[in-house]
Ligand binder design. Structure first.
Ligand SMILES: Nc1ncnc2c1ncn2[C@@H]1O[C@H](COP(=O)(O)OP(=O)(O)OP(=O)(O)O)[C@@H](O)[C@H]1O
Ligand SMILES: [Mg+2]
Length: 372
């Protein structure tokens, strides 16, 4: 098995560090403080949640529930995800919980169907109109309340910012009211839209105002990632030069997914010794393989936006984007086109702002743009 995982989580053996973050999350859960976890995309939020749940799972003193609402578009989608995730782990429950679930199914009456591909059961809940939806949701919360009296529960809702896109405008308030009633349930709200999440939790006019502790996930430090990388290559009897590791971490800006991807490719390359030359070679292959996507991006944005994107990629993190030097050096039109361009590229999630600096989101794409 390739030890550089590209999916959510494969166990502690494949997970690099995050010791402090894990401790902080476990402490928040143990003390029933709700927590909001944010980071730029693909930094490792979902992995961290699974890692923490894995540790908690070993203690058997708390029930862990995870669901992701990225693909939900309305309250109804939320309810279905939420309800199903409560029913999904029926197998591992004690008799008492099983009885509770039976009564839950009788009172809320989800429709059970079987996935034609996997054969696993899927549940859908009555959310015919907003009023029944709200009632169903309250019943689900009622069930949760009862269940949490048996054993504390921690619920992670991934991609939580999605609820701000639902057409119903009372979802935040509805969730806040219901979650507040639960004594023995801790929530982790996770998402990548820092601006939106911050405003949900720090805007005094919004329901979730100051209801959680904040945690922002940064890059894994070099002195923790390097030995991890070395050790994983060694398990496959592959030797790697320290300079090559430095190079990997530099070329990927230590952005977790990209580090993992590059290492995965290097591991799978069949080479037994890896030096900086090998890294360069494989990196260049990756950019070539992705080229079709990159040219597609070209059609998604205007010419001035494209030029701005190239300029930002070449600068590798710049804050003063409206100075005449930046505009002149990169042949951009004028301040107001740049301002509009930045906004539009931010909205399209093609760039992100870190502290005061702008970066192209996709690390590999940025390197490809740099060469233009
Ligand atoms: N500490 C870690 N050690 C090794 N691999 C990790 C670690 N954290 C995350 N990964 C890997 O990095 C990739 C991205 O992680 P993950 O999906 O958790 O990020 P995310 O922040 O949830 O991303 P998104 O914003 O897209 O939901 C995954 O392939 C995951 O397996
Ligand atoms: Mg995620």
């Amino acid at each position: 098995m390739n030890p550089f995982i590209l999916k959510d989580y494969a166990g502690p053996g494949y997970f690099c560090n995050r010791d402090n973050e894990t401790k902080r999350l476990i402490n928040a859960i143990a003390n029933q403080r709700n927590l909001t976890l944010s980071s730029i995309r693909k930094m490792g939020k979902t992995g961290l949640i699974h890692h923490v749940f894995h540790q908690l799972g070993n203690s058997k003193e708390i029930d862990t529930i995870y669901f992701d609402i990225y693909y939900t578009e309305s309250l109804s989608g939320f309810i279905n995800k939420f309800g199903s995730s409560l029913l999904a782990e029926k197998e591992s429950f004690s008799e008492k919980i099983k009885r509770m679930i039976n009564s839950f199914i009788r009172s809320i009456r989800p429709t059970i169907s079987f996935d034609s591909l996997t054969g696993s059961p899927t549940f859908s809940f009555n959310t015919e109109n907003e009023a029944t939806g709200i009632r169903t949701m309250e019943e689900i919360f009622g069930f949760l309340q009862e269940r949490s009296l048996e054993k504390p529960v921690v619920i992670a809702i991934d991609e939580f910012q999605q609820i701000a896109n639902y057409p119903e405008n009372n979802v935040e308030a509805l969730l806040r009211t219901n979650t507040q009633k639960l004594q023995n349930v801790t929530f982790i709200y996770s998402g990548s839209d820092k601006q939106l999440l911050t405003s949900m939790f720090t805007d005094a006019k919004r329901p979730f105002y100051q209801s959680t502790e904040f945690m922002h996930l940064e890059e894994i430090p070099e002195d923790e990632y390097s030995p991890f990388i070395k050790a994983k290559f060694n398990t496959g009897s592959i030797s790697i030069e320290d300079e090559a590791i430095e190079n990997i971490l530099k070329l990927t800006r230590r952005h977790t997914y990209y580090v993992q991807f590059l290492c995965n490719k290097l591991y799978g390359s069949g080479k037994e010794e890896i030096d900086t030359e090998t890294v360069k070679q494989i990196y260049s292959d990756i950019l070539k393989e992705n080229e079709v996507y990159y040219s597609e991006y070209r059609d998604l944005i205007t010419k001035p936006q494209w030029n701005l994107l190239i300029a930002l990629a070449k600068e590798e993190g710049i804050s003063k984007v409206t100075t005449s030097a930046f505009i002149k050096n990169h042949d951009l039109n004028n301040t107001s086109t740049v301002r509009r361009g930045i906004q539009s590229l931010m909205d399209k999630k093609m760039i992100y702002k870190r502290d005061t600096k702008y970066f192209v989101y996709d690390v590999f794409f940025a390197k490809w743009l740099e060469r233009l």
